[in-house]
Design a protein around this ligand. Structure first.
Ligand code: ADP
Ligand code: MG
Length: 362
C-alpha cells in the first residue's frame, strides 16, 4: 500500500521533524500519512511520525485526541483507512498483530485469573512451544527485573494494582518483542505508585533499550520518562520534540498550555515561574534573562505553599486580570506576602530561550 492519503489537512506541525529533532537517528517505526475515521469522525488526520530505534516515545494529548487509535494502529489492533506503517524497513500495514513482533500493555491488564504469575508470564513462550527449562529461566529473569521475584506462585488476585501492571510488562517482554507499546499502563494507579512505576520504567528501558511507545494524557509522566514526545490534538500532531524543546519552545499555544501551567501577565502568556515578584519596582532582570513585560502593580490574593514551590495568586491592580506566579519557598518567606497587599510583578525569560518567544507568538 502506498502513502496515498485522502486528507486535506492543513496541519503544518504534523510533519516529522517539525521541531528539527525527529528526522535524525534510525527509524524503528515509520508512520506515514495515517488516516482513520469512525463514521464521520476523523480520529487520525494525516499523521506522520518517525520513532527512533531504542527510544522511549510518549504519545501525549488530551482524552479523545487519537493516542490509542495511533498505538493500536501500530500494533495492528486497528486498521487505518489509509497510510503506511513501517517497522524495521518493512511495510507491515496489512500484517496481522501476531506477526508484528510487538508487546502491548493496556491500562487494565487482564491476566489469566486461573494461572499463577509464573504461568501468566510464561504463557506466550509456552504457546510458542519453547522448552520448559528455557521458559522457567526466562520467567525467573523477568520477574526479577520487574521486581516480582518471589511472587511466582501467586495468582493475579493476590497482587496490588502496581504489581499487576508489572506482571503485564513481564508478560509483554517475555517473547522478546521488537517494540513495546504501552497504553496508559499506570493510568488506573494512585499518584505515588505511578511515580514509582515511572522511574522503574525508565530504568527498565535503559536496561533493555527496547523501542517503546507510551500513551499518556499526563504531561508530568511524559516529561519525566520520554526522550521524545509527540503531542496529539484532535487527531493531528501539534509538535514532536524532546521534553525540553516542548516545554521551552512550544510550537503553538496548544502545546504551551498542555505542557505546563500558563499565566497571562500584561497581555503576555508566560510560565508562572517566569514571573518575578517584589516589594519595590526595581525588579531585577538578571544577566541571563530578558524582560518580557514592564513592571506592573499586582494585588496578592492567596499564597499557597506546595513544598519547594509557592504558588502566589494575584490580580493586576489596574486591569483586574488574575494571574498566578510560582516562586521558591525561600523567596516567599523573604517577601512575606499577605493577601490584599499591592506589590510589583514582571515577567522575564531566560535569554537562552529567546528564540521560543518568536515561535510562541506565531
Ligand atoms: P485517546 O486515546 O487519545 O483518548 P482514542 O484514540 O481512543 O483517543 O479515540 C479518538 C477518538 O476516536 C475519540 O473521540 C473516540 O471516541 C473515537 N473512537 C475511538 N475508537 C472508536 C470506535 N471503535 N468507534 C467509534 N469511535 C471511536
Ligand atoms: Mg486512549
Amino acid at each position: 500500500m502506498t502513502a496515498a492519503h485522502t486528507s486535506t489537512s492543513s496541519s503544518t506541525a504534523g510533519t516529522p521533524g517539525a521541531n528539527g529533532s525527529a528526522t535524525t537517528g534510525t527509524a524503528k517505526i515509520s508512520i506515514k500519512n495515517i488516516n482513520k475515521n469512525y463514521g464521520d469522525f476523523q480520529a487520525l488526520n494525516n499523521v506522520s511520525l518517525d520513532i527512533h530505534e531504542g527510544s522511549l516515545t510518549a504519545l501525549l494529548g488530551p482524552s479523545g485526541s487519537g493516542k490509542s487509535t495511533l498505538l493500536r494502529s501500530i500494533a495492528g489492533l486497528d486498521q487505518p483507512d489509509s497510510g503506511t506503517i513501517i517497522i524495521d524497513g518493512e511495510d507491515i500495514t496489512r500484517v496481522s498483530p501476531q506477526q508484528r513482533g510487538i508487546g502491548f500493555v493496556f491500562q487494565h491488564y487482564a491476566a489469566f485469573k486461573h494461572l499463577t504469575v509464573r504461568e501468566n508470564v510464561g504463557f506466550g513462550l509456552k504457546i510458542r512451544k519453547r522448552p520448559a527449562a528455557e521458559i522457567r529461566a526466562r520467567v525467573d529473569e523477568l520477574l526479577e527485573i520487574v521486581g516480582l521475584a518471589g511472587f511466582h506462585e501467586r495468582y493475579p488476585s493476590q497482587l496490588s494494582g502496581g504489581q499487576r501492571q508489572r506482571l503485564a510488562l513481564a508478560r509483554a517482554l517475555a517473547v522478546s518483542p521488537k517494540v513495546l507499546l504501552l497504553d496508559e499502563p499506570f493510568g488506573a494507579l494512585d499518584a505515588k505508585v505511578r511515580e514509582d512505576l515511572r522511574s522503574w520504567l525508565r530504568r527498565l528501558h535503559k536496561e533493555f533499550n527496547i523501542t517503546t511507545v507510551l500513551v499518556t494524557h499526563d504531561q508530568q509522566e511524559a516529561l519525566d520518562v520520554a526522550d521524545q514526545i509527540v503531542v496529539l490534538n484532535k487527531g493531528q500532531i501539534e509538535q514532536i520534540g524532546t521534553p525540553t524543546e516542548l516545554y521551552d519552545q512550544p510550537a503553538n499555544d496548544f502545546v504551551l498550555g498542555f505542557l505546563g501551567q500558563v499565566s497571562t501577565l500584561d497581555g503576555k502568556v508566560v510560565r508562572p515561574h517566569d514571573i518575578r515578584l517584589g516589594r519595590t519596582p526595581d525588579l531585577a532582570v538578571h544577566n541571563h534573562e530578558v524582560a518580557e513585560t514592564s513592571v506592573i502593580n499586582a494585588t496578592v490574593e492567596r499564597v499557597v505553599f506546595l513544598g519547594f514551590e509557592v504558588r502566589v495568586e494575584l490580580r493586576e491592580t489596574e486591569s483586574g486580570n488574575p494571574f498566578t506566579a510560582e516562586i521558591t519557598r525561600g523567596d516567599a518567606l523573604a517577601l512575606d506576602l499577605q493577601p490584599g497587599e499591592i506589590i510589583y510583578a514582571r515577567a522575564t525569560r531566560p535569554a537562552a530561550l529567546i528564540q521560543s518567544t518568536a515561535s510562541v507568538n506565531n
